[in-house]
Structures are given as C-alpha cells and as structure tokens.
Design a protein around this ligand. Sequence first.
Ligand SMILES: [Zn+2]
Ligand SMILES: [Zn+2]
Ligand SMILES: [Zn+2]
Length: 332
Amino acid sequence: MPEFRKEPVTGRWVIVSTDRAKRPRDFIRTQVVVQKKGICPFCPGNENRTPPEILAFRAHGGPNQPGWTTRVIPNKFPALRVEGDFDREPDGLYDRMNGIGAHEVIIDCPEHIASLGETTDTNTANVFWAFRERLADLKNDVRLKYTLLFKNHGEPAGASIEHSHSQLIALPIIPMAVQEELDGSRRYFDLHDRCVFCDIIRQERRDGKRVVHEDEDVIVLAPYASRFPFELWILPRRHASHLEFAPAEIYRGLASTLGRLLRKIDRALECPAYNFVLHNGTMKETDSPSYHWHLEIIPRLTRVAGFEWGSGFYINPTTPEEAASFLRDTIA
Ligand SMILES: [Zn+2]
Ligand SMILES: [Zn+2]
Ligand SMILES: [Zn+2]
C-alpha cells in the first residue's frame, strides 16, 4: 500500500509508493518501454494488455475493444490506490496517511503517434472532454481534494510509453504548488476585488510582447517571470476557475490552439520533450472568483541542478519576450 508522509518542517507531502518497487539496479537509465517495433499496449487491438477501461469515446465496438478514439484506463503501476481506508495517523512527530487516490492514463488517440501535435483537433478536443468527464466523476469521491492532470512527453519528461497519453492523479490533499497559487490569487482578490489572472491577461494584451497567440477563447503567454525557456501558459480569455465547467465551444478552441502550439514548439525547438500540467480549481469548489484555470507547458530544455534544488528558484537563460517573439514567427 502506498503512503503519504509529511515532512514536518515545511509541511511538504511525499508519496512513498512501494508498489512500484524499485531495487537499486532498476534506477539504471531505463529505455522508453515501447520501441517502434515492440507491441504497444496503448494501440487498438491490444486492449487486453491494459486494465479494463474506465471511459472511452468510440465510433463502434464494445468496451475494451477497438473502435475508440480516446480511452481512459487505470494506471497499471499506480502511485496511489483507490481501494482501502483513509486513515491519517501520527508517527511520533511525523504524519502519515494511506496512499488513497486515483491514478489514471488517458490514451489520447488510437494512432501510434508520440505527440499530441500530430493528431487532429477533433481528437485533441476529445482528450479535453475526457479530462472534463473524469474531473466531474472523481468529485463523487469525497475523500479526494484535488485532481492533477498532466502529460509527460518524451523520456526526459518522464514518459515510459511512446504512444501519446496523458495522466491524472487525484489526491486527498491539495499539492503545495497548487495551494501557493490558490492562496496568492485569493490574497490579490481580497486586495483588489479582481482576479489576478484576468488582470495579467488584460496587461499582456495591452503590452503584446509576451503574447504568442490569442483568439476569442484562449490566450497563450510566455509568463513574465518564466522559470524555464519557452515556458507557456494557455488561459481562457473569460474568467473561469474550473475546466470542467467551461462552455463546450472552448474545448475545440483549446484543442486547435494546443495542437498549433505543440507543432510550433516541435519546429522551433526540434521536437523537445515537454510536460504540461492543468492548474484547475479545487474539487470542493465549483466556482471561484479569485482562481482562473490554465494549462502550463514546460519544454524540457534545461536541467534542474544544485542551485534550483537549493533555492527553489530558477535561472532562465531565455527571456519570455524572446521566446514569445520566436514562436509568433514560427509557422505551425
Ligand atoms: Zn501505440
Ligand atoms: Zn480570472
Ligand atoms: Zn499555474
């Protein structure tokens, strides 16, 4: 059974997931599990190689058969488990909790492609619809407080299977990085009676220097204090705290913007590994005036080293203004 352990000085939680048991020799650099020639468990026809699906959008066929366009399955090697009791207990001065939560894989599309930028906008929109459905469904589990949706693309970004997929981890606690954003935006709101992200959008649109793209639905920015070269945020233009309550039209717009952006990144930076993370409102709230959902994209171009570990802040060798201008000029 995995467990949460709390570091007593800063209050940071760690998941100790012994089910993914690793012996020292397992840490020797592993190759991406599925090579082009191998059998891919995420390709249609291989549904029996994964745990039974939780959700699938399909044109034809029955559950766990080919015919799907986007498919959600439990992670075969979960960091957390849905079953079990949620008991929180002290261990001397330490705190521990059972590793309750959900860990799911969203197989983005049936085609064996590595990047979401290579599939159709319709398919990418389906991925966001799958996010929406899973977010809504996981809310029924009252033990859970936050669902983090993310993608690891490429081995340096943590992907172990090549076929394009996203993941979600639903947690019984709100992660510290998310809590910091929630608290910061709440403080700004208390002071100004406005959403800080809406204000950022207003100022960036006026200024234009860090805007990569904007349309009716979304805006893409290289944030003012980007931690990494080519860090990008996609935000909805109209205030909304939760992706799952967004109007239907936005999914299509979001999908085509993300697809175009990923193709630009591939062209400009020669297909780097990247992560994206959805920063969303918490599961208990339905609508927050102070928080504004967004997707953060981080191409993995630099390595986190001693200074970053020691200080918690980042040295970014590329200005966001340069990154934005470079991507504006790149043809998707
Ligand atoms: Zn595949
Ligand atoms: Zn807002
Ligand atoms: Zn964020």
